[in-house]
Design a protein. Structure first.
Length: 234
């Protein structure tokens, strides 16, 4: 099992993949009824050309599937890449799917992302979004304890509602949402993954989703090293 742990309780697991850099090459060469059996320098040049000139459809014949376990605040940022996958850059890329565990049906023990005292960040000085420097440890410890108390209160009310016979889909209203871990399957083309990485590995992306993007890159790069390198440069 190929898996990378992220944050305090999260992870990304590579479930499956279809294709390789050779898949991209052969998807492009089929126009001339040609096929490569092994990746050559000529094929690498072709991938470079495809990426540089925006001929992206061959990159959508290679697909990867991940299982992700992340706080809801990360999941909802991530989700917009699925919503926009059929539209960005006019590509018409619809090779993307997302299936998420639902607390309408499951009542497994909720897990929450709890930053430690030395992980809380200040608000930025010159921007309305993102974060600045780390807070002092004492102030961070205060925030950690406040969050733990808030989660404990929400959990007690959630469990009390279930004990009263309230259905799971309504009892979940008591759970603190943004830090709660959710689990989903994400299936996407190499082009879609590269688009996600290009934006979420940037220095101004939220740190938590940057950490997940780094995990995705670590898992996928050995499978599509040339394609990812070239798409990242466009």
């Amino acid at each position: 099992m190929q898996m990378v742990n992220v944050l305090d309780k999260g992870y990304v697991r590579l479930v499956d993949s279809m294709g390789s850099d050779l898949t991209v090459v052969n998807a492009a060469r089929v126009s001339y009824a040609k096929q490569s059996l092994e990746l050559s320098e000529r094929d690498v040049k072709l991938i470079r050309f495809l990426a540089r000139e925006g001929h992206t459809s061959p990159f959508r014949h290679a697909v990867v599937q991940f299982e992700v376990y992340a706080p809801l605040m990360v999941a909802r940022q991530w989700w917009k890449y699925v919503v926009g996958s059929a539209h960005y850059e006019g590509t018409g890329d619809s090779l993307e799917a997302w299936n998420e565990s639902s607390r309408r049906y499951i009542t497994e023990e909720p897990a929450f992302y709890i930053p430690q005292a030395d992980e809380w960040r200040s608000k930025p000085e010159n921007s309305k979004q993102g974060s600045g420097d780390l807070l002092a440890w004492e102030l961070g410890e205060k925030q950690t304890q406040e969050l733990l108390a808030y989660v404990e209160l929400g959990m007690s009310k959630y469990e009390a509602a279930l004990a009263d016979g309230v259905c799971a889909e309504q009892a979940r209203l008591f759970l603190p949402a943004y830090g709660m871990y959710v689990r989903w399957y994400w299936t996407a083309s190499v082009q879609s993954v590269a688009h996600f990485l290009a934006q979420r590995l940037e220095h101004d992306a939220q740190k938590e989703i940057q950490d997940y993007a780094k995990a995705i890159l670590e898992l996928i790069k050995p499978i599509f090293p040339v394609s990812l390198e070239q798409l990242a440069q466009t």
